[in-house]
Design a protein around this ligand. Sequence first.
Ligand code: JFZ
Length: 455
Amino acid sequence: MVINLKVWGQEDIPLKYGAQRVGKRTDPAMQQWRDNRFGQFIHFGLYSILGGYYNGKCYDGAAEWIQSFARIPGSEYEKLAQQMALPEYDAREWARIAKNMGVKYAVITTKHHEGFCLWPSKYTDYTIANTPYGRDFLKEYVEAYQAEGIDVYFYFSIIDWHHKDWRSTVKNESDSLAFERFKEFTLAQVEELMTDYPAVKGFWYDGTWDPSMVKSGSFTYDIEKKMRELNPDIICGSRLRVDERGARHFDSNKRLMGDYEQGWERSLPEKPLANDWEAVMTIPENQWGYHADWKGHVKNADEIIEMIARATSLDGNFVLNFGPKGDGSIRKEEQKLAEEIGKWMKVNGEAIYGCGMASFKEQKWGYFTANKKENTLYMIVTHHPASGLLKVNVPQGTVIDRCMPLNATRPLKLQKSTKNEYVIEAPRIEKDGIYVLKLTLKKGDSVGNYVAPKM
Ligand code: JFZ
């Protein structure tokens, strides 16, 4: 089942800046990342003030890219910092919304491509310190989320459109000197974030696709190394890394660079993967930062819950993006969705948190997930059959003792139809909703690819 990316018999290419570790991490910090399963992404920056509009014109591209799409001169764009007053920002309110939605971790844009820093960095003046708001936005955010028991991760863009030493391509000696200085600046900012916000669990890097990065060899290698020196528990996604041959995410020997595959952008894998992975998803189509006009399809709660279920059933994490408004408030549509998802997670979250892939054959009704520690199996039913009968194929010899809907108090009737199949009579429990059945197996039978300990 598991895809092995390494081609058999192929010699390794000697690499100086390839993967720094081979195989999945097994430490508790990484296990916590997996157990969390569901996270929130926040895109917030100066672009949030524009909301997709510049000089009265609407730009339909991703709102956080407006500086580039609308070709706004740096000297003009910079002035937005003077409008960053955040009258509605209340970090505790954001954290409550996230907690209520049921996320266990959150990723916040400390600095997006625009280069504006949400923390008072001592390495640039282009920060929250020099706005009417003035306070340390990031510190308030971290403390509020922490207080709700939500793990905090930092998004950090390597691309920095504002920094004088950033180069998209390195064409000559002077570019090369500038880019060296830029590397020092980036390392200093990462160290600053890790030192001043020691609660941070990991980094979600972005913006390493430009030719300057792809050709730089040691740049991203050194960042990863530095982070691990500062905190061996730190979790780093694969999008940071480029090896000296220009391979991204996976090095030239097909080994994942970083702790989890960070390439699942607005899509989920179809099959199990050999590595840890995380998918990030927008609520509208391709909008991360606040856009006043969401055009096209906007996802509904069940659509998102199904993706969370699918990610869990494939041993991956799922992160849902929010783009708060420039005044610091969270738009109504996002609040409503957060509430709907939260309502479901409160009843059914035990089929998600701490769960992963079960070695049971997928059925048309939805997704299996398993909690291997508890040896329980869950059926997340997204497609209730017209017959009201759910068929469950079990591995030879496996016995299901009990089938309990998570939103009811009485077990459902189980019928063993043939040697390896059970039929569950499941009247639609909650109209039009996704529901979860918890299956208890006979002692010693296994929910996953291991045999449960005998009790
Ligand atoms: C990047 C950013 O440019 C974007 O603004 C947003 O922050 C998003 C989360 O990340 O966009 C990407 C990055 C990688 C891919 C696609 C869009 N990719 O690998 O397909």
